[in-house]
Write a protein that binds this ligand. Structure first.
Ligand SMILES: [Zn+2]
Length: 338
């Protein structure tokens, strides 16, 4: 695809650059929808090199002023958050589009909306309130959530409890590892999320909740998947004396299978993850919970981890059997351990 533009105007598309002089790009597959983010004109385009990955940051300037250095710093921080999973970026080449949106009705949110777009290339799109300070942007979890999505391929929409759940789990884990949440706060957020998930469409299974596409089912979709991610993480650590965790499995999955430009089914993804470990853990969790009504059984597990709840407030106990695993989950590793 070749672009002819006015001098000074820039092109930003999530495709492979073939020739800069003629602005020629090669989409890996033809875009299937109008969703592929493409921006033309008065843009600020920057490249960020992160542990072997090249991240292209595309800032749409808009009419309202903002500080491009601050926004770049925030994306850099989000990138560092993601490196706390397995030390590498899931996609060695992808774009982040930052779109300023003045939203006076919801000015409490620094990031108004975010999504991953996988159409002709992987990109994250973030709608940002340009009046936000860098501190408020950094405290907002949306960007870390969207970046966490990149650790899994696109999973069929009627099973999106998997992609949403894993991103929901990781956003809390990564923000704790990065020091932006205390461990207590991260467990508090997980506990509150599990409660919301439990009360959302209580009789539906994760599959039914995702397939229903109902607003009432949203919390079931997001938090049932997060509960399954926690169950898998703890089981992996328990079976391996903490040599293996969800981080290491997803790291190995990245080496074999990411980035992927096709849709995966939940059963296929979980079966693939099981090929990366000694004994299957993922497929049994899938078979047990994907189509079972109610909410995955995490109460006993939280007890064992020493996550104690009184009057809806979490306190952490080091007396619990799995307290060491609880601490590991929220603690950053040394860079040499990846
Ligand atoms: Zn999401």
């Amino acid at each position: 695809m070749r672009f002819d533009t006015e001098p000074g105007d820039k092109v930003a598309v999530p495709w492979k650059l073939v020739h800069a002089g003629t602005q020629t790009y090669e989409p890996e597959v033809s875009p299937q929808s109008g969703s592929a983010p493409a921006a033309f004109g008065n843009l600020d385009v920057r490249e960020l090199k992160v542990n072997g990955a090249v991240l292209r940051i595309v800032l749409l300037k808009g009419k309202s002023g903002y500080d491009p250095d601050a926004l770049t710093g925030w994306i850099q921080q989000t990138t560092r958050n993601l490196l706390h999973a397995y030390g590498r970026f899931p996609n060695p080449q992808f774009s982040v589009f930052i779109i300023p949106v003045v939203d006076r009705s919801r000015n409490s949110d620094a990031v108004i909306f975010g999504r991953v777009v996988r159409d002709g290339g992987e990109a994250v799109e973030l709608l940002v309130n340009p009046a936000s300070t860098i501190e408020r942007l950094t405290r907002d979890w949306t960007a870390t959530h969207e970046f966490s999505h990149l650790m899994l391929p696109y999973v069929a929409r009627d099973e999106r409890w998997i992609s949403e759940g894993f991103a929901q789990y990781y956003q809390n884990v990564l923000l704790a590892r990065a020091g932006q949440y205390t461990p207590q706060y991260a467990w508090q957020k997980l506990f509150e999320g599990f409660e919301r998930g439990r009360h959302s469409m209580p009789n539906a299974s994760p599959d039914e909740a995702a397939a229903s596409d109902s607003r009432n089912a949203r919390m079931k979709v997001y938090w049932s998947g997060a509960a399954i991610a926690l169950l898998a993480d703890v089981e992996l650590r328990q079976h391996s004396g903490s040599a293996v965790s969800l981080d290491t499995v997803l790291g190995n999955f990245q080496l074999c299978c990411l980035p992927s430009n096709r849709t995966w089914s939940g059963a296929e993804l979980f079966a693939k993850l099981d090929t990366l470990i000694a004994e299957p853990i993922f497929s049994p969790l899938y078979e047990r919970y994907a189509d079972t009504s109610g909410f995955p059984d995490v109460d006993g597990l939280l007890q064992e981890l020493g996550v104690r709840v009184r009057d809806s407030t979490v306190a952490l106990s080091d007396e619990a059997a799995l307290a060491a695993i609880r601490r590991q989950i929220m603690t950053p590793r040394d860079p040499g351990e990846y």
